[in-house]
Ligand binder design. Structure first.
Ligand code: PGA
Length: 251
């Protein structure tokens, strides 16, 4: 049985003060609930403060991105060992906002995935098609290509630290979300792809999260699907009550 995982992606929101408040509210609201894994991914400057605020709780820390080199002359970048040093367990890689707005390509994403796995972080690799690609009937082809390129050279023994997040680009921050049927179809396709590459057991164990306008009122219909193992939550993760309601919907 795969344990559900609900991850808050705060994107470029919060201040030092609101990050602390939001974390405290999530920690208090979650209490001893450990049936669902919960992680918060604040902006880089607040990682340490959020890390302090979750100490001793069931909440884990994640980052929204990392560079592929361990250190070096890369002004403005943050490496995977730095994230580990700050207590991160997770790192989101390949988010569509980075792919589309910051021109990140699959080869860079692939190098980051390998760098993060190598230091022991768990990677949440985001995949998803644009509306244009969906309407052209290219969903399977696009996802297969993303998997091929982003996981190139990733060794089977690292797969226990990989999660996928299916995030249809047209559903992110738009209030539109995939229907349960669309989500389930894609998730089972992704699981089949991983089973084909790494074996049935690995495919069955892989957490595949759904992301894209998950809100308290649609969370149960998406997070209770057989092949949906949790959610990557953007907007609703900035409001503690909404985020906690989504966590409860995953139970
Ligand atoms: P959203 O964002 O929940 O605001 O749509 C999800 C994400 O981008 O991870």
């Amino acid at each position: 049985m795969r344990r559900k995982l609900v991850i808050g992606n705060w994107k470029m929101y919060t201040t030092a003060a609101t990050a602390r408040e939001l974390t405290a509210a999530v920690v208090a609201g979650l209490g001893d609930e450990r049936r669902v894994g919960v992680a918060l991914c604040p902006p880089f400057p607040y990682l340490a403060a959020v890390g302090d605020a979750i100490r001793g709780s069931a909440v884990l820390l994640g980052a929204q991105n990392c560079h592929d080199e361990r250190q070096g002359a890369f002004t403005g970048e943050v490496s995977a060992p730095m994230l580990l040093d700050l207590g991160c367990r997770y790192v989101i890689i390949g988010h569509s906002e980075r792919r589309h707005k910051l021109c990140e390509h699959n080869d860079f994403i692939n190098r980051k995935v390998k760098a993060a796995l190598e230091v022991g972080l768990t990677v949440i690799l985001c995949l998803g098609e644009t509306l244009e690609e969906r309407e052209a009937g290219r969903v399977a082809g696009v996802l297969e290509e993303q998997l091929n390129q982003d996981l190139l050279g990733v060794k089977p023994d690292a797969l226990s630290r990989l999660a996928l997040a299916y995030e249809p680009v047209w559903a992110i921050g738009t209030g539109r979300n995939a229907t349960p049927q669309q989500a389930e179809n894609v998730h089972s396709f992704l699981r089949m792809q991983i089973s084909g590459r790494y074996g049935e057991e690995t495919g069955q164990a892989l957490p595949i999260l759904y992301g894209g306008s998950v809100k308290p009122d649609n969370a149960a219909s998406l997070l209770q699907l057989p092949n949906v193992d949790g959610g990557l939550i953007g907007g609703a993760s900035l409001v503690a009550d909404q985020f906690l309601a989504i966590v409860r919907a995953a139970l």
